[in-house]
Design a protein around this ligand. Structure first.
Ligand code: FAD
Length: 368
């Protein structure tokens, strides 16, 4: 299936799942939605033996985001949490978890951020101290999507003190591990998210993902795959806002004509169209760099795609509200929902400022 067909297919699936999404508990995992995504074969695409391509991941996220941000988030978080297990887990760990994740029976989370380590993830201090055949994990993770209810977490913890990014190891840790607790954090959007407390949680060596002290490789490999797709999530929301703005501008009458006749309105919409088109090019160019193994250009392209698409989506939603006037601010409308949903992607998986640092660093390095 080419990517345009996959976007449309994901949009159709997302539309069909709107009633399931609307019934979910706000800020908590919607288990029915996760199962429904599995029934539509979407997790099989993520966890097939050849691995998902960044292009497929972007297309699915773009299509779902056009119509159903809850389904998009449920799909993406399941992937982010479990791809490290799929990529770097032992056969035993993969066999234990991936089948349940594919069917939606288990939900996954990706636990990197800590109260003292957000953008500066290498400053993380959750400790993994050797104990017999494994490690004891002590520390706190926060703003973790799907926490505290996810069944399995990819957790990044420090195995070598004072070694920065080099002393971090990734572990697969089930929710029912002794000493692991957590609580939800209520956000402005319905995104399920919370904190996790590790109070001397014992993990067996077989739960290590990848190599000891090389957990950042696992994190970066996962984020390299996902970063262009955060842009695709934003792109889908921007397209949705643009559709709403165009539909309204061409039907709303004022001063004896439709408001699309006013340049003050039409040029705002045209600017959004330009920014959406350029976002799409950047996103699929970054995805192509990932899929062709062009590591050298991936980092910069993914950074440009993420920052441009997420900021474009914010602008697209804002313009749509301006074009709709008071109607754009009615509660329970798709636009007011997007107004809340569109904000977070500029923060997670590397803030806009961090993406600009990456872009500038590459530029300056070329000059040296
Ligand atoms: C909805 C949502 C879901 C999330 N899901 C997850 C998840 O599943 N797993 C997970 O591990 N984390 C998750 N996070 C956390 C997210 O990854 C962090 O919020 C993000 O990395 C930023 O960290 P911070 O919030 O601590 O901000 P900080 O790092 O404290 O940054 C604060 C401000 O300082 C700026 N800043 C920091 N350093 C620099 C710099 N070097 N140059 C310029 N500006 C800088 C930032 O850009 C930002 O504007 C989620 C967050 C949200 C909002």
């Amino acid at each position: 299936m080419n990517r345009h067909d996959l976007v449309e297919e994901a949009e159709r699936i997302g539309l069909g799942l709107v009633p399931v999404a609307e019934e979910g508990p706000p800020g908590r995992i919607n288990r029915e939605l996760v199962t429904a995504l599995a029934e539509h074969d979407l997790f099989n695409r993520l966890f097939n033996t050849d691995g998902v391509t960044a292009t497929e991941l972007c297309a699915i996220r773009q299509g779902l985001a056009r119509v159903n941000t809850e389904a998009e988030t449920a799909f993406a978080v399941q992937g982010l949490g479990a791809i490290p297990i799929h990529l770097a887990g032992s056969e035993a760990i993969r066999d234990q978890w991936i089948p349940k994740i594919r069917t939606g029976e288990a939900a996954a989370g990706f636990a990197l951020t800590e109260p003292g380590a957000g953008s500066d993830a290498a400053a993380l201090s959750t400790a993994a101290e050797p104990d017999g055949d494994g490690y004891r994990i002590t520390g706190e993770k926060t703003y973790i999507s799907n926490a505290p209810e996810a069944d399995i977490y990819t957790v990044f913890a420090r195995t070598t003190p004072d070694a920065g990014a080099r002393g971090v190891t990734a572990f697969a840790i089930p929710r029912d591990s002794q000493g692991l607790s957590g609580e939800p954090i209520e956000m402005i959007s319905s995104h399920p998210l919370g904190r996790l407390i590790f109070d001397g949680v014992f993990v067996d060596s077989s739960q290590v993902l990848g190599e000891v002290d090389h957990g950042f490789r696992v994190a970066m490999e996962t984020l390299d795959l996902f970063r262009p797709s955060v842009g695709a999530f934003a792109l889908g929301m921007a397209e949705s806002a643009l559709r709403i703005a165009v539909a309204h501008a061409t039907t709303r009458s004022a001063f004896g004509t439709t408001i699309s006749d006013f340049q003050g309105v039409s040029h705002q919409i045209a600017n959004v169209r330009i920014a959406i088109e350029s976002s799409e090019h950047l996103i699929y160019s970054a995805a192509e760099a990932h899929d062709s193994g062009d590591r050298e250009s991936l980092t910069g392209k993914a950074a440009m795609a993420k920052v441009h698409a997420t900021e474009t989506a914010q602008e697209a939603v804002d313009v749509a509200i301006q074009v709709l006037g008071a109607r754009g601010l009615e509660a329970d409308s798709l636009l007011s929902h997007l107004y809340v949903e569109v904000r977070a992607p500029r923060i997670y998986e590397g803030t806009s400022e961090i993406q600009r640092n990456i872009i500038a660093r590459e530029l300056f390095a070329e000059r040296i």
